[in-house]
Ligand binder design. Structure first.
Ligand code: ME8
Length: 524
């Protein structure tokens, strides 16, 4: 069975999950569900990043220990993901013993390979981004160039990783594998970065300043730089490295039977350098293969500004969910943002996307089920079901192509287009006129059976993005589960018993909807 290992970033346990975190995690979930349905053995990883200055300071501000804060926030993220129907296979926390041991083993390995030296760091540090910036990057205003937050001048002893040694090799890798980083604009950004001199990477901090981290195996007065610690999570969860084994047999150079390398790292463009430069050079230094692909998506912005906790303009995904339901939120996020580009969050656009679900997909389901009820006593007629065949094929092809090329918005647009076409088909065939003419019964049978077949296909196409509603839709046409796409397209729908219920997507502004909290809240 082909396998697929995909990851999201592990989010800082210093703040609540917001719409940006939800976006990446839902994107991962939609891809994971799509691949599972394609018969692949998927490992979908997410988690929380729990060490470093940011967590240490957030805990102190709230009068909590870092451990208590991380436990609380890891619980909040897990509850958010349950409420948003995330089907991750593993939730990693960087404070887990297993992860701490893998980080130590990897650092030892880098040191054994002669890639670590002691030095002094003098530079500008942003706690918000947990990274140093150059004088040029912070500009005359001296603010972090990602989120505009403060930076502090630091001079201290650090250990360094000889990242510069791998510059040429990484540059060649990026040039030779044009789809390694998608979209292309992000790849070009990395190429630009790699064509300038690449420095070495500071990999530790003095414990006197930051105590909340993993101590270096050879110098307990220093803790591991949080980004090195965090990136290694992807290897920890893969099982490629066994820290307990003797030094030569831990899995470096020849990874143990495991899920490594990852097939896909999903990230936001804010952490591109960390993933496309620091991470691959660290892997090269340790003798581990590189991930197969990095997809750096854009930002959700509010009035041109990145949505971020430090800017105080975040949208709470769970609030939106309680007004419109989980699947509507998932649909909005996936359909509205062209994968890779920025998108602006506005309540108006949310409503526009919701109305596609209710006025096109929901309306189609309602019409088809009630016509089969009215004209054929609730049982899908037999005989040919060839209406909309070409449209279905076109939609399925475009959908698959969108997913395979990581242009999910296009794939999902194709699915909605099929629902729109099917509504047009109802208008063209006018089943209400056919029903009045006994001589045209076969035509009516074919019309209704074709429409039921399209509904089954739509349930398949919508399943990765709207798993709950897709199951409901399949249920309305008498199926206990959502079939696989290939089964649906050529399925014999004769005899399926349809059942009418409340609208699947109640119209926004109607007395019964949109559904306030119909999905039920799962508490942390
Ligand atoms: O960076 N739009 O964690 P983090 C879209 N712990 N996506 C957004 C977003 C926005 N406005 N805001 C956040 C960290 N994200 C590190 C990661 S990985 C080894 C360590 C998403 O909590 C996006 O995926 O700041 C972004 O890369 C991530 O959340 C940053 O989450």
């Amino acid at each position: 069975m082909p396998s697929f290992y995909l990851t999201t970033p592990i989010y800082y346990a210093s703040g609540e999950p917001h719409l940006g975190h939800a976006y990446t995690t839902i994107l991962g979930d939609v891809l994971a569900r799509y691949r599972r349905r394609a018969g692949e053995d998927v490992l979908f990883l997410t988690g929380t990043d729990e060490h470093g200055q940011k967590i240490q300071e957030a805990a102190a501000e709230q009068g909590m220990t870092p451990t208590a804060l991380c436990d609380l926030m890891a619980g909040r993220f897990q509850a958010a993901w349950r409420n948003l129907a995330i089907s991750h296979d593993r939730f990693i926390r960087t404070t887990e013993d297993e992860h701490r041991a893998v980080v130590s083993a990897l650092l030892e390995r880098l040191r054994d390979n002669g890639l670590v030296y002691e030095g002094e760091y003098a530079g500008w540090y942003s706690v918000g981004q947990e990274r140093y910036f150059t004088e040029k990057e912070i500009g005359p205003e001296r603010v972090d160039p990602v989120a505009g937050g403060p930076v502090e001048r630091i001079r201290e002893k650090n250990y360094f990783f000889r990242m510069s040694q791998f510059q040429e090799r990484l540059l060649r890798h990026v040039e030779a594998n044009p789809d390694w980083i998608v979209p292309a604009a992000r790849k070009n950004e990395v190429l630009g970065f790699l064509r300038r001199p690449l420095g070495d990477l500071s990999i530790s901090r003095p414990r006197s300043r930051i105590h909340w981290g993993i101590p270096l195996p050879w110098d307990a007065d220093q803790v591991t730089y949080v980004w090195v610690d965090a990136l290694v999570n992807y290897v920890t969860a893969s099982g490629a490295v066994s820290p307990e084994a003797p030094a030569g047999e831990r899995g470096f150079d020849s990874p143990l039977a495991s899920r490594w390398p990852a097939d896909l790292h999903l990230i936001g463009k804010d952490i591109l350098t960390n993933h496309a430069v620091y991470w691959p050079t660290l892997l090269m230094g340790a003798g581990l293969p590189l991930p197969r692909k990095i997809l750096a998506h854009g930002w959700w912005v509010v009035e041109e500004t990145k949505m971020s906790k430090s800017l105080g303009n975040v949208v709470d995904p769970l609030e939106l969910r309680s007004s419109f339901g989980t699947d509507a939120l998932r649909w909005y996020l996936m359909r509205e943002m062209p994968t890779g580009q920025d998108a602006s969050y506005t309540p108006d656009r949310f409503l526009v996307r919701y109305e596609e679900l209710s006025n096109i997909l929901g309306n189609l389901a309602h019409r088809v089920v009630s016509m089969v009820g009215r004209y054929r006593a609730g049982t899908t007629p037999g005989g040919p079901a060839d209406g909309l065949r070409a449209e279905t094929e076109r939609a399925v092809d475009a959908y698959r192509e969108g997913f395979e090329r990581y242009r999910l918005h296009e794939g999902l647009a194709a699915a909605m287009e099929l629902a729109r076409r099917a509504n047009g088909f109802v208008e063209e065939r006018e089943p209400w006129l056919l029903a009045r003419d006994p001589g045209r019964a076969a035509e009516l049978d074919e019309t209704l059976a074709s429409l039921v077949r399209v509904l089954v296909t739509l349930a398949c196409l919508f399943e990765p993005v709207a798993p709950g509603k897709a199951l409901e839709l399949a249920g309305r046409v008498g199926m206990e589960r959502v079939p696989l796409l290939d089964e649906a397209v050529c399925m014999n729908v004769a005899g399926l018993a349809v059942s009418q219920g409340a609208p699947i997507f109640p119209r926004a502004g109607s007395p019964g909807g949109p559904p306030g909290g119909t999905d039920g809240e799962i508490a942390a």
